[in-house]
Design a protein around this ligand. Structure first.
Ligand code: ADP
Ligand code: MG
Length: 628
């Protein structure tokens, strides 16, 4: 029997470990299973190079709960350790590792959520166990060893009669950690952290139906056998070559990742890089729900098939955090804080690589089947538009596949759009005017008016579109965007012949005065325009610039423009060539005059969706009166 004192400066390191990693106790299981996996893969390697002359076989890792004995067992069939190795790897190296780790991070406890990932290894067992035993038999021809430690720096190390190769870790679960004796808890942890680890993990057994024999009669009763319950898929799709996977394989893997998700992904992107860093993974474009916040944090980060986190902020460019899938990289430093991560050169490269890969894929999807791409546009546009705004590298490539749909469901690229509009839709300075609507129903009358003139009207309905248009205008010479209700069309788009006003200057002055007595000045500025007599007599518009600034300040970045809360200010455009304008002027009775103006204003408000509350009630009442 040998016993001793672990050489450590901190008198009792275990309470410290426990306290320090308080929020992350559950990672002990991941650490122990990682060690079991490492030990098994090391043996595989040693047998493959002829260094270990033993049969590798088909080893598995077993997790077993002994509820009465209050013990949790983790058993592997890996390379095991000799007594000397236990002395070296467990007493010295692992311990000094744990100590060093604590030294380094004890001051940054605030960051503990992140530090919890990796670094503590074997000793994390003491977060949940009052006593830990290791029974291990090396693949080398040496007796098994039995190490015991009760959480103080004292340990015992004695021989053991174990004959099968491998290591068994026995945790005597502490009184405050009995949740880890619950089957459901362990199952949850195994599913969370170990679902895709490379060695099969057995947790209990299950009944499995035997195949029905060919000669079975009608009265055949299904027979069952008891088989190992393997909780993981040791070779998940991302570890395979894209050429070995079918579309169906990718979809199946998506279901495996998100069992509760019933919607199929739109498409996937297989990541595979080994220089200048290692990274594999599969990203999926999901159908986006409207709640983008809920959508986030769906990409899972793995390190060599061990789950690390589903917070990939800083590793994946922000606009892609709306995607789903997995990323696996041994090169992402995990035991560091987020701010460090963001400054890390490697991590930046990973982020750039992912951006590039995503734009390449989008381009090839677009080229391969544009029709299909157009069908998916509505579901992916938010991610792409956000990407254009936030990621310069993505913006550069976006011209190849980003689409601009019309209200009639036609799709243009930016280049196509410029080409299509250049002859028919320019303003007096020669700028291309892209007319757009943000809501087909709300702006229906304006859209119709524009289309009646043969103009193309686009439909841009994402919440961030005003930011995007602003950017596109800045980067494209002679390109402007104007919502269909930004001004009346004659002002937006140059017309050859000028309309001659039917009214004299005096009549116009008169008309303006009448209108201004009825229309609230603080919200409307009255503009008289000579237009086609068929055009709407009264029309409400809101200058593009004003409205866009207001939208931008509402959807974030507000401080940037310093606009604060701007008042609602509209233009009331009155068509002096309309019959209504003449009628107003020729009405003698001043009450009747006002009533005409009031009704016309309300109609204009109605078609802009601005007539609400009491005004709407009164309008409806008044309109019924006139029907009598
Ligand atoms: P790390 O895994 O980062 O090396 P750990 O503290 O988790 O650190 O483990 C320390 C060492 O103990 C390992 O490097 C390994 O040599 C040894 N070890 C731990 N668990 C096992 C095991 N199940 N089988 C064989 N060796 C193990
Ligand atoms: Mg380890």
């Amino acid at each position: 029997m040998s016993s001793g004192k672990i050489n450590v400066s901190v008198e009792n390191i275990f309470p410290l470990i426990k306290k320090f990693l308080y929020s992350d106790h559950e990672i002990f299981l991941r650490e122990l299973i990682s060690n079991a996996t490492d030990a098994t893969l090391k043996l595989k390697h040693l047998t493959s190079i002829g260094e270990a002359k033993v049969e590798y076989g088909s080893p598995k890792i077993e997790v077993k709960i002994d509820k009465e004995g209050k013990k949790l067992h983790i058993i592997d069939q890996g390379l095991g350790m000799t007594a000397d190795e236990v002395e070296k790897y467990i007493n010295q190296i692992a311990f000094s590792g744990a100590e060093e780790f604590l030294e380094k991070y004890k001051d940054s406890a605030k960051d503990s959520g992140v530090i919890g990932h990796f670094g503590l290894g074997f000793y994390s067992a003491f977060m949940v166990a009052s006593k830990v035993e290791i029974i291990t038999k090396s693949y080398k021809d040496e007796p098994a060893a039995h190490w015991t430690c009760d959480g103080s720096p004292e340990f015992t190390l004695v021989p053991h009669d174990k004959t099968e190769r491998g290591t068994e870790i026995i945790l005597h679960i502490a009184d405050d950690s009995t949740e880890f004796l619950e089957e459901s808890k362990i199952r949850e942890l195994l599913t969370k952290y170990n679902k895709f680890m490379p060695i099969p993990i057995k947790f209990g057994t299950k009944q499995e139906a035997l195949p029905k024999p060919e000669d079975a009669g009608d009265d055949y009763k299904t027979e069952y056998v008891e088989v190992d319950n393997i909780i993981n898929n040791p070779s998940p799709a991302w570890t395979k070559q894209p050429s070995d996977l079918t579309d169906e394989d990718y979809k199946n893997f998506y279901r495996e990742l998100y069992p509760m998700q019933f919607e199929e992904p739109l498409f996937n992107i297989h990541l595979n890089v080994d220089y200048p860093f290692n990274l594999t993974g599969i990203l999926y474009f999901p159908k986006l729900s409207h709640d983008l916040q809920i959508q986030k944090d769906k990409i899972q980060l793995y390190q060599n098939q061990v789950f690390v986190t589903d917070n990939v902020e800083g590793i994946v460019p922000e606009f892609l955090t709306m995607l789903k899938g997995v990323i696996d990289s041994p090169d992402i430093p995990l035991n560091v804080s987020r701010s460090y991560l963001q400054a890390d050169g490697n991590v930046k490269k990973i982020s750039n690589y992912i951006t590039k890969k995503v734009s390449d894929k989008l381009k090839s999807l677009f080229n391969a089947n544009r029709e299909d791409f157009e069908k998916k546009w509505n579901d992916i546009k938010i991610v792409l538009e956000y990407g254009m705004l936030s990621e310069p590298k993505f913006y550069e490539k976006a011209g190849d596949f980003v689409l601009y749909p019309t209200t009639d469901g036609k799709f243009y690229t930016l280049a196509e759009l410029k080409d299509a509009l250049k002859d028919n839709q320019t303003d007096k300075d020669g700028n291309l005017v892209v007319l757009y609507a943000s809501n087909k129903d709300a702006q229906h009358s304006y859209i119709t008016a524009a289309k009646d003139r043969g103009y193309e009207v686009f439909l841009f309905d994402s919440p961030i579109v005003s930011h995007l248009l602003q950017k596109l205008e800045m980067d494209n010479e002679k390109l402007t965007f104007a919502r269909v209700d930004a001004d009346h069309l004659d002002n937006l788009i140059k017309k050859d012949e000028n309309q001659i006003s039917k009214l004299s200057d005096e009549e116009k002055e008169n008309l303006k005065n009448v209108i201004e007595t009825v229309v609230p000045k603080e919200n409307y500025s009255v503009q008289l325009e000579a237009m086609d007599s068929q055009a709407a007599p009264f029309m409400i518009t809101q200058p593009e610039f004003m409205r866009r600034m207001k939208e931008m300040s509402q959807s974030g970045g507000g401080g940037m423009f310093g606009m604060g809360n701007m008042p609602e200010m509209y233009n009331l455009v009155v068509n002096t060539n309309s019959e209504l304008a003449s009628s107003i002027l020729s009405t003698e009775n001043s009450d009747a005059k006002s009533a005409l103006v009031k009704q016309a204003l309300d109609l204009a408000k109605l078609s802009q969706g601005l007539l609400k509350g009491e005004d709407l009630t009164n309008f409806v009442k008044r309109s019924f009166e006139t029907l009598k």
